[in-house]
Design a protein. Sequence first.
Lengths: 263, 267
Amino acid sequence: MTATEFLPTLGRRALEVLRGLGHSAFFFVELVKNVPAALGRPHLTAAQVHAIGNYSLVIIAASGLAVGFVLALQGYYTLSRYGAAESLGLLVALSLVRELGPVVTGLLYAGRAGTSLTAEIGLMKAGEQLAAMEMMAVDPKSRVLAPRFVAGVIAMPLLAAIFSAVGILGGYVVGVQMIGIDPGAFWSQMQSGVDVWDDVGNGIIKSVVFGIACTFVALYQGYEAQATPEGVAQATTRTVVISSLAVLGLDFVLTALMFSTPG
Amino acid sequence: MTNDALVAIDHVTFGYDQRVILSDVSMVFPRGRVIAIMGGSGCGKTTLLRLIGGVLTPQRGTVTFDGAPVDPRNGESLFALRRRLGMLFQFGALFTDLTVFDNVAFPLREHTRLPEEMIRDLVLMKLNAVGLRGAAQLKPADLSGGMARRVALARAIALDPDLIMYDEPFAGLDPISLGVAANLIRRLNDATGATSLVVSHDVHECFLISDYVYVISGGRIVGHGTPAEVQASDDPEVRQFILGEPDGPVKFHYPARTYAEDLGLRA
């Protein structure tokens, strides 16, 4: 490819990317504008919280437990070298609440609920259900998308909290019940070392941001999917890839902003 | 435009990029009639419905509904227009997560503040009209193609629209369902006083139930009149369509190089 071909191609690609970003930004604004309408019909949102949140509980709880087990084993291995094995509770809790809870929940949410949202909206589009709604003078963004968006933003912090709580219980089972760390030290160090605002609060902020990002990506991909089986399949894949990268990227930015100056 | 026209399409041209779908088309749909728009696949029939529903904007010409122009850019007037429309999609487009009852109740719940008991009665009346009162609690996945189409019809007439648009209502139906669908379109039109627009390529059923027929080919109107007039037409394109001849003004072969050239033969 010569320079005269390369430059226009690069320009075209850049314009395509910018156009896509602009389009998705407009979509996001439309979605946010319809949030009050969704809040005005709480039964629609509640049904989606049930669909998105409740059905994700098993995978979230099981993963939280497994992560808690492993954290306790790995943590004990390192801490016991320095004679600080009693701090295991603090280590497990801080790791989960500040980092692993929101991030792993975000990744699992993208795979479990995000894909189901994209496939559902994409297939509704392919089956002309969204077009039928529009012809009935009902805006699909308000009736279908906004309740799912609000539900996702509500469900994510709750799921992250459950993930962390189950993870801490997992850490307790391995650390206290199996290894034999003093339970008093396990809980009291956790209690004195974890700050409600700096640690738990920032973890909640992270999971809300991940909830917004993952749900928005899933809905956008579904709504813009090509109305074919192949198009819906590609959109579902894109949801997982983009959501996961967004969670990891946003996590770095948020962590840098929140915890860059330890007090 | 005559005064009793509900919808008028005036010199409308529409296309995507270089491809012209409709070229300078004018039609009038009088109130209370069943009008059939017929033509081969891809001739622009469904595009016409989308122009009337305000999904698409004509490149030239105007579409008017009850005297007011259809303007897709004006959200409020479009919303008001669509509340007076009922549309039956080709495969029903039922909401698969709702029961038959909730599908028909959907427009009533979205657009009215009627008490639930009244909605229940209205939905059962609409379902009774299409013969599916007994299927109210079924899910769309439990319905046959013909039944799904009838439920969609009940949903389309839930708000007693002035105009009911049917996009290929007969496609893929067995003979019994086809006869039921055709009969329902005529009966509902006469009972509700609505205007019906049937887009189809099913010659026999359309001639049977419609008051007026437009035949479209290549994006323009090639024939129109009462079913008897169209049947008697000697226009070659109309004749080829209603007789189902494989070759004629509409060619069997897609434009291509000569056969000999493609096979590498030289004369």
